[in-house]
Design a protein around this ligand. Structure first.
Ligand code: ZN
Ligand code: MN
Length: 254
């Protein structure tokens, strides 16, 4: 059993009270990902990757994900104006990360891996970690946190395989081949490839505007086409992320 909240509290206590367990916390977003896919890839992908990693260890547990994320931005998530895209403020995300990490540390946990699945969360998660560690230090609790975004574990070789026509960059991957392939592999029931809208990767000026200009975003809500996504790519991406993250955990926490 790798899902922490599926355990009874006494089994959990036995596993974590000596501080030897590693807690993985997926952090995502509820955000539209085009007409062909559900709105939860940013949650389900880091959760599945965390569970895949945890299965390779006997002391790694996966915490319930933080499902809501920081406001979707036009150039990385299509923007915060599509029906269904449901975001929280930076302040709320910071406080949520802080409170959840502090709570798990108070159970005895000292080793954490925060697995981000939504680009816009990044620096608010950093701030939440900093504040959690600061708060714990007052009580002489010293925890260590690894923070990662799963796509950073996709190797150059894998990029060449998954994007044979050239890679346009992670920023316009929103709802594209990477996320759609992973979802085809992990949750095929949430993807309908017949509804993929095939379009050129979005291009943007080198600045942002506020209020956001919705005309910058392709009507589909995706920033590149998912047409070439396959379940095989999904499996390859999943495995390379699991291997890389498992290696990182062994490096830091053994
Ligand atoms: Zn996404
Ligand atoms: Mn996202």
């Amino acid at each position: 059993m790798v899902r922490l909240e599926d355990m009874d509290w006494q089994t959990y206590e036995k596993k974590v009270s000596d501080g030897s367990a590693v807690i993985m916390l997926p952090i995502g977003a509820i955000e539209q990902h085009g007409p062909h896919m559900s709105m939860n890839p940013d949650v389900l992908i880091p959760q599945a990757i965390s569970e895949g990693v945890a299965k390779a260890f006997d002391n790694v547990l996966v915490a319930h994900p933080i499902s809501y994320g920081y406001k979707s931005q036009v150039k990385s998530g299509g923007g915060n104006f599509f029906p269904g895209t449901t975001c929280i403020s930076g302040k709320t995300l910071i406080d949520t990360i802080k409170d959840v990490v502090v709570a798990y540390a108070r159970h005895g946990n000292r080793k954490f891996v925060l697995v981000n699945g939504h680009y816009e969360n990044s620096m608010f998660v950093v701030e939440g970690i900093e504040l959690a560690l600061e708060k714990l230090r007052i009580d002489d609790i010293h925890a260590e946190v690894i923070l990662l975004s799963y796509w950073d574990f996709v190797t150059d070789d894998t990029i060449k395989t998954v994007f044979p026509d050239g890679f346009t960059g992670w920023d316009v991957e929103h709802g594209g081949v990477l996320e759609t392939s992973l979802m085809l592999y992990l949750h095929p029931e949430l993807v309908d490839m017949e509804k993929v809208i095939d379009h050129q990767p979005a291009t943007f000026p080198p600045y942002d505007v506020f209020p956001a200009d919705q005309s910058w975003v392709p009507e589909s809500g995706t920033l590149s086409s998912a047409k070439k996504a396959t379940v095989e790519y999904g499996e390859l991406l999943f495995q390379v992320c699991i291997e890389g993250i498992a290696t990182g955990i062994k490096e830091r926490f053994k």
